[in-house]
Ligand binder design. Sequence first.
Ligand code: CA
Ligand code: CA
Ligand code: CA
Length: 320
Amino acid sequence: MRQATITLLIFILATSVAGKLMAQVSVSGNTESQERLNTFVKHKMEPPRNLKSIDDYCIPAAFCENGDGFEDFIFAGIENLATGCSPDGYGDFTNMQGTAEIGMSYTAGFKSAFNGLMVSMWIDFNDDEEFSEIERILTNFEITSYWVIVETEIEIPGGANTGIHRLRIGANYYQPSSPDPCAVSNYGEWEDYMIEITGNPTYYNAGIVSIDMAPVILAGDVVPIVTIGNFGIETASFPVTLTEPTLGYSSTIEVVDLGYGQILQLEFDTWNISAGVYTFEVCTYLTGDEVPEDDCATHSFACTEQPRQKVVAEIYTGTW
Ligand SMILES: [Ca+2]
Ligand SMILES: [Ca+2]
Ligand SMILES: [Ca+2]
């Protein structure tokens, strides 16, 4: 079998409860993909730096003068009360630190002067100064009542790294706060804290992040595209195989030295198929994988023939 090609890129992740925190990466000109690619290119061109010694986190902003922010925040030993609205809707509380253990659940409490705020939370588990999608441990939790503490349970995922990391919360008024931890929101607030993660991290865990193919595609040359990730803290090398049994298609890509928190988009061998419905399975095969549930994924898609050109109003022939 010829060597299939590996495209793209490195996004920083950190960890994942597979499926729950999976990044959705789509291809085909998608703006989000382009932005991420731009980010990747930008970082590749920057000189090497000591990630731990430079504070280079993005600073988001929001309008909270009317009270659309976090009045109280309570989580894993952090208790920050009556903070009101920080200037430009961003509060740096990194002098406050909580502690949480991998695999344990903690009650997060939020109080605001408004209901309808949608709250997300990230922990920069790999300390790369970016909050990636798979580092998001709370997604658009709604504060349903005002001036009372509204609570939810948050589990520290198995792929979290131990040590002291930055934690960010963001609230957006009746809008999702989850898409961008660097956003400038209309009404809401952002706050940063520190948290120490303890316990036993997952050392070896590769898995499928997303199948990046449309459910309906044109028949002909098809290139299956899948994003995989390393959710364990050890650098990992492993094959990824995609198979479709009825047609006997099989393609394997060897992933080499994928670091903690990195994901890769893989393009498998071109597959020439006619119209029909197909289902393939794609699996990562990492020796000693501690979380087998996310190793494989199946995907069904339909192939259609080229749509016929419509001939409009060809008089007397009956062709339309
Ligand atoms: Ca506040
Ligand atoms: Ca990160
Ligand atoms: Ca796995």
